[in-house]
Ligand binder design. Structure first.
Ligand code: PHE
Length: 348
């Protein structure tokens, strides 16, 4: 190859290489460094070739010179264009073209669901009394949901009319009481647990029923636990949750897994529409009782030595009371206009 052609080839190689480097340069300093390395008067590689033109023959000189100048101009052009690109980006960041007097854009932030707020508040009260959190599976067996809880399968609650069976003896738990059994199976007394979770029943979907709902189970087992402990614990809970003046009332009831059993009502201090303070009506809030000795024996406890109490409540009912919500379905529809009323988070 002639000297002339090989120089032209070198120039074109340098051009390709330089153009790519210029395009990739992130900012002004990098561009200046590239300018120096290709076009700098002393060390620039293109300038070097131009300087060496004198060594070429008169015939060779014009074509190499023309090519070198063309490449030099192309690179200068590319450097200028890239320079404009990188600096306009910087300008944008420094002096935004947006109107800075506009109010900040609203950002949606999720809130804690009102039923979960109630669960959290209830949990904090029992936690401060020494309870620990427990959980169990939502799909459970007849043993845990009924039999171990002293509930025969011919009990109306176990009927397919009421309970959602998945297959044979597997079902969607109809209450959180199976967590009692699972906890006692794994741990020796003393037991002090609170177990919130979803439960399922073959129920209608209307203002006061939903086929899926949350429950909170409580269980205490130790030596010497009596009904007095149950009453005192729930009375303290009511005062902490509804405030001073809240009272609980126990009405005799029946659950297969507690004996004796009670339905627990609460009366709380309320502010009426006219601003005066007074007592509310009694409202049923939970089922409770002393753990039936059969249940203790089913998990292998010595029922002569240990006694316990248990309770179960529905946080959605409590949330209805607390917030004056008239229809349970509102808790499931996830209408933001409803939910945002319970949101404590304001936009940042
Ligand atoms: N499991 C009962 C229910 O679902 C509530 C309950 C729990 C009652 C614990 C007594 C003791 O209605």
């Amino acid at each position: 190859m002639s000297r002339q052609n090989s120089l032209i080839q070198t120039l074109q190689g340098l051009e390709t290489e330089a153009l790519a480097a210029i395009q990739a340069a992130p900012e002004g300093d990098a561009l200046e460094a590239l300018r120096i390395s290709y076009l700098g008067r002393k060390e620039g590689r293109i300038s070097g070739i131009l300087r060496g033109l004198g060594d070429l023959s008169v015939e060779e000189r014009p074509s190499v010179g023309a090519e070198a100048n063309r490449v030099k101009e192309a690179l200068q052009e590319a450097l200028k264009a890239r320079e404009a690109e990188v600096t306009s980006g910087a300008d944008e960041a420094e002096t935004s073209s947006e109107d800075l007097t506009l109010p900040a854009r609203h950002r949606w932030r999720g809130g804690v669901h009102p039923v979960n707020q109630v669960i959290d508040d209830i949990w904090r009260i029992f936690q401060s009394m020494g309870f620990v959190r427990a959980r169990g599976p939502e799909a459970d067996t007849e043993w845990y949901n009924f039999l171990a809880l002293n509930t025969p399968l011919d009990h109306p609650a176990a009927d397919e009319q009421d309970t959602l069976y998945l297959k044979d003896s597997v079902l969607l738990r109809s209450h959180t009481s199976p967590v009692q059994v699972r906890t006692m199976e794994k741990h020796e007394p003393p037991i002090r647990i609170l177990a919130p979770g979803m439960v399922y029943r073959r129920d209608s979907y209307d203002a006061t029923h939903t086929p899926a709902f949350a429950q909170i189970e409580g269980l205490v087992v130790d030596e010497g636990i009596t009904f007095v402990d149950l009453k005192a614990t729930l009375a303290e809970f009511a005062r902490r949750f509804w405030g001073e003046g809240a009272k609980v009332r126990f009405r005799p009831s029946f659950f297969p897994f507690t004996e004796p059993s009670a339905e627990v009502d609460v009366k709380r201090m309320i502010t009426r529409k006219d601003g005066t303070r007074g007592e509310s009506d009694w409202i049923e809030i939970m089922g409770a009782g002393m753990v039936d000795p059969n249940v203790l024996e089913n998990v292998g406890y010595d029922a002569e030595r240990y006694t316990g109490f248990a309770f179960g409540m529905g946080p959605a009912r409590i949330a209805m009371l607390r917030y004056g919500v008239p229809d349970l379905r509102l808790f499931f529809q996830n209408d933001v206009r409803f939910l945002s009323q319970f949101s404590t988070g304001s936009p940042p």
